[in-house]
Design a protein around this ligand. Structure first.
Ligand code: BG6
Length: 467
C-alpha cells in the first residue's frame, strides 16, 4: 500500500500512570481513586490496607524500569509516547498549595529520557484517577472547589514542563463518567443523574480552564480533549432506530460539542428537562467554556448497535458501554466487536462535526498471548487487527480528514483498566507477570514488535490492504 500518512505523522503508543507505574506510595505519592479499585473500574471500591497489594501497586514497575522501556519504544521508532501524570504524585491529597518535588522530578526524568531518543510526549492530565483526598474531603467533582484544585495542578505541571511537553490532553475518556462515576468524577456509583451531570459540568469547566492555562503558559503548546469514541450504528433502518442512535451518539458527542464548540449544545436542554436533570451553570462558567481545545483525541476499540426493540437490548455488555452486537462483526476474546471500517467512519464523523485535527490516542486488541518453547510470541491476531485499523486510518486521510497521529494502546503489556487483568495483553512487548502478580517482570519482544517497527519506518507503506 502506498503511504497516505503525512510526513510528520506521530506514530507511537499510549499508557496510563495507574496501569504501568506501580510504586503507588513511593516518593510521597498520595492515594488515588484508582488505588481504591484494585479489581479495576468495574470492581469494588475498597479502603487500602497495608500489605494488601492489588496488582496495580506494582503494575509493570514502569516507575523504576522506564529507561529500558523507552529504549524498546525507540527501537520500534516511536515518534510519540502518550503517558499520563499521576495527579497524586504532584499533589498527594489534591488540595495542597505546594507541589511534591519528588513527584515532579520523576516526570522530569521520564521526559528527559524520551527526549534522548527524540520521542515526543503526549500527556494526559487525568487518566481515570484523581486524589482520593479530594473525594473524601470535598466529594470529588461534585464540589465546585475541585475546579480550582485541578487548575492549580494543571498550571503547576504546565509551568514545570513547558519546555519539554508540547501536546497535552485534559481528561481521559471524559464521557466515561456517565458509566463509571467513581472513576470519572469521584462520585458514588448510585449517584443521581443530576449529581453526575453537575460533576461533569465542573469537570468541563476545569478542562476549559486548563486549555486557557496551557495557551498562556506553554509556548506553542497544543491541548486536546479525549473522548471514548464509542460510535453507534442503528441495528435496523427503522426510522425510530435511526433517531434513537442519533440520540445515544449525542450522549458522548455532547462532551466534544462543549469542549470544541465552547458551550452546551441545544439538544441538551431538552434532554435535561425531560429527565428532570438540574445543573447549576453560572455566567462565569459559560465564559470559561468558550476557551476551546486545539484538537480532538479519542480512543477506538469497537463500534456497537442501537435498537428500540427492548427484547434485543439486554444482549450486550462491554467494559464501558452497553452495546447491542452487530451481526456482521466478529469479537475479541473479551467480547469487544472488531470493526476497522468503523474507525474510518468515526474519523469522518468527528472531522465533519468539528473541523479540528484528530489524534487517535488509543486503539488495540486485548488478547491472551502464548510464549512458545523457544521464547517467541507469535501474535498474528494483533498484527491483523492493527493492520486493518491503520488501513482505514489511511483511507480517512485520503477522505481529507486531518489526522495528527496514532498511539496504539498498551505498546507494552500493562494492567487492564476494566478488570485489572495482566492476561488481557495489548503490547508489542511482553511483560512476564500474571493475574496473580507472579512473574519476573522481564520484557520480551513479540512478533508485532518487528511488524510495528516496519510500519513506522515505512510511514505506513508496509501495511497490507487486507491483512
Ligand atoms: C480505555 C482506557 O477505556 O480502554 C484505558 O482509556 C484502557 O485506560 C483501555 O486500558 C482498554 O480497556 P481495558 O479494560 O481492556 O484495559
Amino acid at each position: 500500500m502506498s503511504s497516505k500518512f503525512p510526513d510528520h505523522f506521530l506514530w507511537g503508543g499510549a499508557v496510563a500512570a495507574n496501569q504501568v507505574e506501580g510504586a503507588y506510595q513511593t516518593d510521597g505519592k498520595g492515594l488515588s481513586t484508582s488505588d481504591l479499585q484494585p479489581q479495576g473500574i468495574f470492581g469494588a471500591i475498597t479502603p487500602r490496607v497495608d500489605g494488601d497489594s492489588g496488582i496495580k501497586d506494582v503494575a509493570i514497575d514502569f516507575y523504576h524500569r522506564y529507561p529500558q522501556d523507552i529504549a524498546l519504544f525507540a527501537e520500534m521508532g516511536f515518534k510519540c509516547l502518550r503517558i499520563s501524570i499521576a495527579w497524586t504524585r504532584i499533589f498527594p491529597q489534591g488540595d495542597e498549595e505546594a507541589p511534591n518535588e519528588a513527584g515532579l522530578a520523576f516526570y522530569d526524568r521520564l521526559f528527559d529520557e524520551m527526549a534522548r531518543y527524540g520521542i515526543q510526549p503526549l500527556v494526559t492530565l487525568s487518566h481515570y484517577e484523581m486524589p482520593y483526598g479530594l473525594v473524601k474531603q470535598y466529594g470529588g467533582w461534585g464540589n465546585r472547589k475541585t475546579i480550582g484544585f485541578f487548575e492549580h495542578y494543571a498550571r503547576t505541571v504546565f509551568e514545570r514542563y513547558k519546555h519539554k511537553v508540547q501536546h497535552w490532553l485534559t481528561f481521559n475518556e471524559i464521557n466515561m463518567s456517565l458509566h463509571a462515576p467513581f472513576t470519572g468524577v469521584g462520585l458514588a456509583e448510585d449517584s443521581s443523574k443530576s449529581e453526575i451531570y453537575q460533576a461533569i459540568h465542573h469537570q468541563l469547566v476545569a478542562s476549559a480552564r486548563a486549555v486557557k492555562a496551557c495557551h498562556e503558559i506553554v509556548p506553542g503548546g497544543k491541548i486536546g480533549n479525549m473522548l471514548l469514541g464509542g460510535i453507534l450504528y442503528p441495528l435496523s433502518c427503522k426510522p425510530e432506530d435511526v433517531l434513537e442512535t442519533q440520540r445515544q451518539n449525542r450522549d458522548w458527542l455532547f462532551f466534544g460539542d462543549v469542549q470544541a464548540r465552547g458551550g452546551y449544545p441545544a439538544y441538551m436542554r431538552r434532554y435535561f428537562r425531560e429527565n428532570g436533570i438540574q445543573v447549576e451553570i453560572t455566567a462565569e462558567d459559560q465564559q470559561a467554556l468558550r476557551e476551546t481545545i486545539d484538537f480532538i483525541s479519542f480512543s477506538y476499540y469497537m463500534s456497537g448497535c442501537v435498537t428500540t426493540d427492548e427484547a434485543q437490548n439486554n444482549t450486550a455488555r462491554t467494559n464501558i458501554l452497553n452495546m447491542v452486537p452487530n451481526p456482521h462483526l466478529a469479537s475479541s476474546e473479551w467480547g469487544w466487536q472488531i470493526d476497522p471500517v468503523g474507525l474510518r467512519y468515526l474519523l469522518n464523523v468527528l472531522y465533519d462535526r468539528y473541523q479540528k485535527p484528530l489524534f487517535i490516542v488509543e486503539n488495540g486488541l486485548g488478547a491472551k498471548d502464548r510464549v512458545e518453547a523457544d521464547g517467541s510470541i507469535n501474535d498474528d491476531y494483533r498484527i491483523n487487527y492493527l493492520n486493518d485499523h491503520l488501513v482505514q486510518v489511511a483511507e480517512a486521510i485520503d477522505d481529507g480528514v486531518e489526522v495528527m497521529g496514532y498511539t496504539s494502546w498498551g505498546p507494552i503489556d500493562l494492567v487492564s483498566a476494566s478488570k485489572a487483568e495482566m492476561s488481557k495483553r495489548y503490547g508489542f512487548i511482553y511483560v512476564d507477570r500474571d493475574d496473580a502478580g507472579n512473574g519476573s517482570l522481564e520484557r520480551r519482544r513479540k512478533k508485532s514488535f518487528y511488524w510495528y517497527r516496519d510500519v513506522i519506518q515505512s510511514n505506513g507503506n508496509s501495511l497490507k490492504d487486507k491483512a
